[in-house]
Design a protein around this ligand. Structure first.
Ligand SMILES: *[C@@H]1O[C@H](CO)[C@@H](O)[C@H](O)[C@H]1NC(C)=O
Ligand SMILES: *[C@@H]1O[C@H](CO)[C@@H](O)[C@H](O)[C@H]1NC(C)=O
Ligand SMILES: [Zn+2]
Length: 416
């Protein structure tokens, strides 16, 4: 009996510590999608069960899409490009070299922003902060992931009676720059002597979830760098749900997500099918009506997006969202002229239903609700670590500018 359970444990551990996927000689192509027929062909490729192609985005007519193609699929890929007359261009010759460049040479190392950190490093660092700033920070457990990991948040508050900004980051596992930026920003709020940052820290209450999709994020560190979704399996050959299509607001409306579990944008079998999205819903329940601004960090593409995602219909806050969003774009441009496009998710990027931002905006009548799509600089989600700080500075400047504009327009006082 003892031996049997020991063997079972070994087996389980063996499966869990599955080897890290390599991307040697995987090529990245950029494809221009010009017709429905081309889009359907690409969707079919994307939804091949464990099909080895990695799409950085959903194929949409009139847009381009980046795809990672493994060496053993190059012939098939070439045939498809030819058959559907798709314009495509080689962007990255060997994807593994990017991943190697991202892996720090010295381990373990001190926590910082010259390299990407995994979730245990981030959580250990949060523990140190909580001990160092006991009167300013409070730790919260938002909930527990499918694989039983805590989803953690910190609240930063200097005093009572402040307005509230909520930051949710890394709902998409592979978007590592998002948790790097969220942790840097938290550190900045605590340590910067810049008067603009001091003002943000002292006169606003911040809730920050640096890593929301902890299971997926862990999986990107241990097994597959390009994983996007959660890690729950809904009894199919493909794992995971796109957490950012799983919220119960206009869920699956206008094909803003996929019903196919093998798609990167699988909406889940029902809204709130994932323990992670349920956890955020329940955590926000008592808090949502106090939130002035909700920010969801993503990469990549350089966008400041706001509701709606599921439809081209504009919201009652459209003008406000546009003005404050434009201020954000000016902020993003301040450090190095980085151009962000601003507008509703649907018309600016693409139709996406069941997102956290749309759900929170609607559920709690949060006037300022945004998705940031950070820089990719042509590297997609594998942004070389030497660009982490640039993104942090740009995000800081964007947030300072958005808060300033919100105050001028009267939307940054405590909600009652
Ligand atoms: C995170 O990285 C550190 C090395 O800095 C390593 O010791 C630790 O095991 C990693 N944690 C996980 C969960 O992979
Ligand atoms: C600013 O952007 C240019 C490209 O537009 C880039 O070459 C340069 O490295 C960037 N500077 C920093 C500090 O990131
Ligand atoms: Zn994302």
């Amino acid at each position: 009996m003892k031996l049997l359970s020991a063997l079972t444990l070994l087996l389980v551990v063996g499966v869990i510590s599955a080897e890290k996927m390599r991307f040697d000689h995987h090529k990245v192509y950029k494809i221009d999608v010009r017709s429905e027929e081309q889009m359907e062909a690409l969707r079919e490729l994307e939804e091949t069960p464990n099909g080895e192609y990695y799409f950085w985005d959903s194929p949409r007519v009139g847009r381009s899409v980046d795809v990672v193609v493994p060496p053993q699929k190059l012939y098939e890929f070439g045939g498809i490009m030819k058959h559907f007359s798709m314009d495509h261009e080689l962007k990255i010759e060997n994807f593994q070299t990017l991943i190697d460049a991202e892996t720090p040479a010295i381990q373990p190392r001190a926590f910082g922003w010259t390299a990407y950190n995994n979730y245990t490093e981030i959580y250990d660092w949060m523990d140190v902060l909580l001990e160092t700033y006991p009167t300013i920070l409070t730790g919260h457990i938002v909930g527990t992931t499918y694989q039983d990991r805590p989803i953690r948040a910190v609240k930063l508050s200097y005093k009572e009676g402040n307005p509230t900004i909520f930051i949710e980051s890394n709902i998409h596992a592979r978007e590592w720059i998002t948790s790097a930026t969220a942790t840097w920003f938290l550190n900045e709020l605590l340590t910067s002597t810049d008067p603009d940052i001091q003002d943000l820290a002292q006169n606003i209450d911040w809730y920050i979830i640096p890593v929301f999709n902890v299971d997926g994020f862990h999986y990107t560190h241990t097994t597959n760098r390009l994983w996007r979704k959660t890690r729950q399996n809904h009894a199919t050959v493909c794992f995971g749900t796109d957490g950012n299509r799983n919220f119960d607001f206009q869920w699956m409306v206008n094909n803003g997500a996929s019903t196919n579990p093998c798609s990167e944008t699988f909406a889940g079998p029902v809204p709130f099918s994932e323990p992670e999205t349920v956890a955020l819903r329940d955590f926000l329940e008592p808090l949502g009506s106090k939130i002035n601004m909700y920010l969801s960090f993503h990469s990549q593409g350089q966008y400041v997006l706001f509701p709606y995602g599921h439809s081209y219909e504009t919201t009652e806050y459209h003008d406000l969202l546009t003005e404050v969003g434009n201020a954000g774009a000016e902020g993003f441009a301040k450090y190095n002229n980085t151009i962000y496009r601003v507008g509703p998710t649907s018309s600016t990027l693409y139709i996406a239903s069941g997102t956290s931002v749309d759900w929170a905006f609607n559920e709690f009548n949060i006037p300022l609700a945004y998705t940031f799509e950070f820089i990719g600089l042509g590297y997609g989600f594998v942004l070389p670590p030497e660009h982490i700080l640039r993104n942090c500075y740009e995000t800081r400047d964007a947030i300072i500018a958005m808060v300033a504009r919100s105050r001028q327009l009267g939307f940054m006082s405590p909600r009652t």
